[in-house]
Design a binder for this molecule. Structure first.
Ligand code: PRP
Ligand code: URA
Length: 208
């Protein structure tokens, strides 16, 4: 079991602006994209490199390159797409999976409504992205689904986590390392992370 808190000053500064309820929808979206680049740096830190023969203006060399096609970013809809966009800027050759889940507001259970992923998940590193790990019902359901479709090598990247969510997630999927920008105080009685940033999907898309 591994949990990494990415406490880089730029990440923490941007997260504070995202938490602020006065931040606009456009500002929230822009910051989520910016922060995804910094979180992406951390979650991809140990990716394997291969080499490609190139010629610099001076001489040939075997230069390090990523095997981007071996990577899948799995976005948990809707809010996962805010992290996905920046990650694809970092690794344009990565493949993408979409896992459509929403939280039932009464039961807080995750309800699946869409799933589409590359067929050879077992051959790839799958980085699952969703800004919020609250009860962890959505994260656990997303990983259950990806594993049932063959994924064996997974990481989970979020922006904010609740201690309760971390505990449940790491018990359910101890083999999946978690990366987050912060672990907040707790969940409130409605299953929201506090102090948190509110409903990530609503803040990204201006819905309510
Ligand atoms: C939010 C968030 C996670 C989930 C986290 O999605 O993006 O997917 O809640 O909560 P949990 O850990 O308690 O499952 P939501 O269900 O609001 O859907 P949306 O992204 O479409 O708004
Ligand atoms: N989903 C969110 O978007 N925010 C929370 O605080 C909890 C779940």
């Amino acid at each position: 079991m591994s949990v990494t808190v990415v406490n880089h000053p730029l990440v923490q500064h941007k997260l504070t602006i995202m938490r602020n309820k006065e931040t606009s929808t456009a500002g929230f979206r822009r910051l989520l994209r910016e922060i995804s680049l910094l979180l992406g740096y951390e979650v991809t830190r140990d990716l394997e490199l291969t080499t490609t023969r190139i010629e610099t203006p001076l001489q040939p060399m075997d230069a390090p390159t990523l095997e981007g096609k071996k990577l899948v970013f799995a976005s948990v809809l809707r809010a996962g797409n805010g992290l996905l966009e920046g990650l694809l800027d970092l690794v344009p050759a990565a493949r993408v999976a979409h896992v459509g889940l929403y939280r039932d507001h009464e039961t807080l259970e995750a309800v699946e409504y869409f799933f589409k992923a590359p067929s050879d998940l077992g051959d790839r590193l799958v980085i699952v992205v969703d800004p919020m790990l609250a009860t962890a019902n959505s994260a656990i359901a997303a990983i259950d689904k990806l594993k049932s479709r063959g994924a064996t090598n997974l990481r989970y990247l979020c922006l904010l986590a609740a201690p309760e969510g971390i505990e449940r997630f790491t018990k359910a999927h101890p083999d999946v390392p978690v990366f987050t920008a912060a672990i907040d105080e707790k969940l409130n009685e409605k299953g929201y992370i506090v102090p948190g940033l509110g409903d990530a999907g609503d803040r990204m898309y201006g819905t309510k």
